[in-house]
Design a protein around this ligand. Structure first.
Ligand SMILES: [Zn+2]
Length: 273
């Protein structure tokens, strides 16, 4: 009943066509599926998917497409409130992300020592636990940029650090002077505020239904785990902690446990330069 009430309230606020996120069925993109009412749950494999009301008798399912799914069909399983089940297929289009080569002066941040690896593994566990969070809050999925600055690295770049292949870039880098305020792009709850080997000072926010955002390399964290934050609230400051070439915010957006392009969640003109 409470959920129905929330749905009704949300619906009244979202009568206009949903602008974000944009449908981009590529690896690291988001598929936006328009469904009728009565969708109770949706799944990609074992991962539950985000569902938001989008109009009269309409809801949308957001599917975060794993970067490792290079192309071809992705099967979505849907459970309806009346007990029926159904399936939708997302045809993932291939996409070639550009290569980026970076030089990191602190070599230990590229080839960590044995003692660093222990720390990194412990941090990975915390990160995976944060990304596996599911809360029943229906999130606001139209974000504002967390920092005013210049986009220095787009999402998905195939990275070579000091000539060595590393994982693709899982977020958006926004260059800004150290100390620039970082603001929550939408309301959420702080999952984690910590200090990581590669990522420096980090914050994870849970917006609801598996939509998690992530902020790295901060000079300062202004929030604590469990704290509720509002859209626009300052959660930290831009810095250069962890593995960086200069002060910037690394902003990550995760859906169903997979990193997706944050630029899809903000107005195009904000994320294109
Ligand atoms: Zn980054």
């Amino acid at each position: 009943m409470r959920r129905l009430l929330i749905l009704a309230l949300l619906f009244s606020a979202t009568v206009s066509a949903l602008a974000m996120p944009r449908n981009e069925p590529i690896p690291g993109g988001v598929a936006v599926l328009h469904e009728g009412s009565g969708v109770a749950r949706a799944w990609l494999g074992s991962k539950r998917l985000l569902i938001v009301p989008s109009g009269p008798d309409e809801s949308i399912i957001l599917v975060g497409i794993p970067l490792g799914h290079k192309s071809g069909p992705l099967k979505i399983r849907i459970e309806y409130a009346n007990g029926r089940t159904g399936q939708r297929i997302v045809q993932v289009q291939p996409h070639d992300y550009p290569v980026q080569r970076l030089t990191i002066k602190n070599k230990r941040k590229v080839e960590p020592l044995a003692e660093d690896l222990r720390r990194i593994r412990a941090e990975q566990k915390k990160k995976h636990a944060a990304l596996a969070t599911w809360s029943e809050t229906i999130p606001d999925i139209e974000f504002t940029m967390p920092v005013q600055g210049i986009i220095s690295s787009h999402f998905g770049l195939r990275r070579y650090l000091n000539g060595k292949p590393r994982r693709p870039h899982g977020g958006l880098d926004i260059a800004a002077p150290e100390g620039t305020p970082v603001r929550a792009p939408a309301a959420g709850t702080v999952l984690l505020a910590d200090d990581f080997f590669f990522s420096g000072n980090v914050i994870y926010l849970d917006h609801g239904e598996g939509l998690i955002t992530y902020y790295a390399h901060l000079s300062q964290k202004n929030v604590e785990p469990g704290q509720r934050v509002q859209a626009g609230e300052v959660i930290g400051k831009v810095g250069k902690t962890g593995r960086v070439t200069g002060p910037h915010l690394h902003w990550g957006v995760y859906l169903n446990g997979t990193p997706v392009d944050p630029a899809l969640f903000v107005p195009q003109e904000q994320a294109s330069h």
